[in-house]
Every structure is written in structure tokens, then in C-alpha cells.
Write a protein that binds this ligand. Structure first.
Ligand SMILES: [Cu+2]
Length: 275
């Protein structure tokens, strides 16, 4: 199918005159020709009413002008057009005393699976995140414990459906330094920035839109940025006031059965026995 109204009209005219060179227009009076013309006309009207879409590249910068990794970029658009499918299932692992990935972006109502890949127990404390990086209402948190993994056995797992938009905080009673984040997006255009602070948001209808940024280390929500998505406006840079907290590097070694440093093992075991 043609993708632009003008192209569509040209296609319609081409078919009209190229299919019946000998008999001319009189043949178009037949029922088949009339049906074809009606289909093409409907297609033309449909395409005319649907905006073209663009792939939007956004660079997110921190307060010091450096690329901001781990920022959730959300694009809102009320322009009519196709919407991409949201991510409706994801997995967060507990590995080497970390939540991996440390930020996960899913759609509203998505199912998130949690698996403990370490050989010691962890909790999953899951709750809506408030300002300042704490649980909004600890009394409303979901909590469950996942046993440490045994060799040749599948990891302990559980899942939760997240039906409230916005950021969720993950934690563990045993290991206070373990924190993870899940962002439940209320728009189908939601992506996580990489090391270069860059995201590509695909299939945004051309026209007015706004961009929101969220990051685990932000103090307050920033103001949305209004944009006009068009042929000549597909790349933009957004500066934020966010100062990211340096993340710990992941220890190397076997993913499932590497052990924590000796001091951590003692700490983990003694804590485990108090529970
Ligand atoms: Cu833990």
C-alpha cells in the first residue's frame, strides 16, 4: 500500500489507465473496476487520516553535561497513528548481590518475573517509589523471599503484575545495598538510555509531542519537554539536573555459583539465621 496521500493518488491513476489500455475508461464501469476504485479510495482516505511516523533519537545529559545512563525516556503523543507494542513481560534477576538489570522498563499491567541466581537467599521488596529514592508507602509493599540456588536446580522464582504507572523500588532485607528499579510506563514510547545517554524511540507520529525523563537518582521530577516531531526534527538533546550515583561494577566470575567475598559470606549467613 502507498504510504503518502499523493503517492496513493498517483497509484490510483496509474492503475486506472495502465490496466485497460485497449478498451479505455469504459471498462472501469464494470462492477470489478468500481470495487477496485472504491477500495483505493478508502485506502487513500485512511492513509490521509493517519500521520506519518518518525524515529526519534534523544540524547540525555546529566547536570555536568555528560551522557546520562539508565534514564527512562517517555514520549507522549495524542496524534492519531499506530502505537508500538509495550513490553508486557520482563525478568529481573538477583545476581551477585545486585538486581539485574538495575532499571527495567515495562508497560502498564506487565508481568515481571524475579529469579534468585545467587547461592544464598534474597528478598524481593517491591513497592511504588516516592521522592528521594524511598518507598512511597512501605505498608503497601509486596515482599517475598527467594531461596538461594542449588546446583542443577532451577532458580527460585516468583512474579508480580504491575498495574500502577510510575517507578517501583526493589530491595532486600538481608542486603541493604541491593536496590533495583522498575518503571511502569503509561505510554508505548518508553526506552532506557544506554552508556552514551542515547535512546531511539521508534514510530512516533509526526506532530506535537512531549518528552519526560525519569532516573533513579533524580531528586524531583523534571518538567516535560515539548517537541514537534517532523521530518527535519528527529534528533534532540535534553539536559537534566540529575547527578547520577556511581554504580558498583559487577564482579567477574561464574554467573550462578561464584561466591561473595569471605566477609560478605559471613555477613550473609549470620543475617540469614536471624530471619
Ligand atoms: Cu539479598
Amino acid at each position: 500500500m502507498c504510504v503518502h496521500p499523493v503517492t496513493c493518488l498517483v497509484s490510483l491513476m496509474t492503475i486506472r489507465y495502465s490496466r485497460c489500455p485497449e478498451v479505455g475508461q469504459s471498462s472501469l464501469a464494470s462492477p470489478i473496476a468500481s470495487t477496485m476504485r472504491a477500495i483505493l479510495l478508502i485506502s487513500f482516505l485512511f492513509v490521509s487520516a493517519t500521520a506519518r511516523a518518525a524515529d526519534l533519537t534523544v540524547f540525555v545529559l546529566d547536570r555536568n553535561g555528560k551522557p546520562l545512563q539508565g534514564a527512562v525516556v517517555l514520549v507522549d503523543s495524542s496524534v492519531q497513528g499506530a502505537r508500538p507494542a509495550a513490553v508486557m513481560e520482563a525478568t529481573v534477576a538477583q545476581e551477585k548481590l545486585r538486581f539485574v538489570p538495575d532499571v527495567t522498563v515495562v508497560g502498564l499491567g506487565a508481568k515481571v518475573n524475579f529469579s534468585n541466581l545467587d547461592t544464598w537467599d534474597h528478598h524481593v521488596i517491591l513497592g511504588v517509589m516516592g521522592a528521594g529514592g524511598v518507598y512511597l508507602d512501605p505498608g503497601q509493599n509486596t515482599q517475598f523471599r527467594l531461596a538461594g540456588r542449588l546446583r542443577n536446580k532451577p532458580p527460585a522464582s516468583d512474579s508480580k503484575v504491575l498495574s500502577q504507572p510510575g517507578p517501583y523500588l526493589l530491595g532486600c532485607h538481608f542486603h541493604g545495598s541491593m536496590h533495583g528499579h522498575i518503571y511502569v510506563a503509561d505510554t508505548p514510547w518508553a526506552k532506557l538510555s544506554g552508556e552514551d545517554g542515547k535512546v531511539m524511540v521508534q514510530g512516533v507520529p509526526e506532530g506535537p509531542a512531549r518528552i519526560r525523563i525519569w532516573h533513579p537518582d533524580q531528586i524531583v521530577d523534571g518538567a516535560p519537554t515539548a517537541v514537534l516531531v517532523a521530518d527535519n526534527m528527529r534528533t534532540m538533546t535534553i539536559s537534566t539536573q540529575i547527578v547520577p550515583v556511581p554504580r558498583k561494577t559487577v564482579p567477574s566470575g561464574d554467573s550462578y555459583f561464584s561466591l561473595a567475598p569471605a566477609s560478605s559470606q559471613i555477613s550473609v549467613k549470620s543475617l540469614a539465621h536471624t530471619k
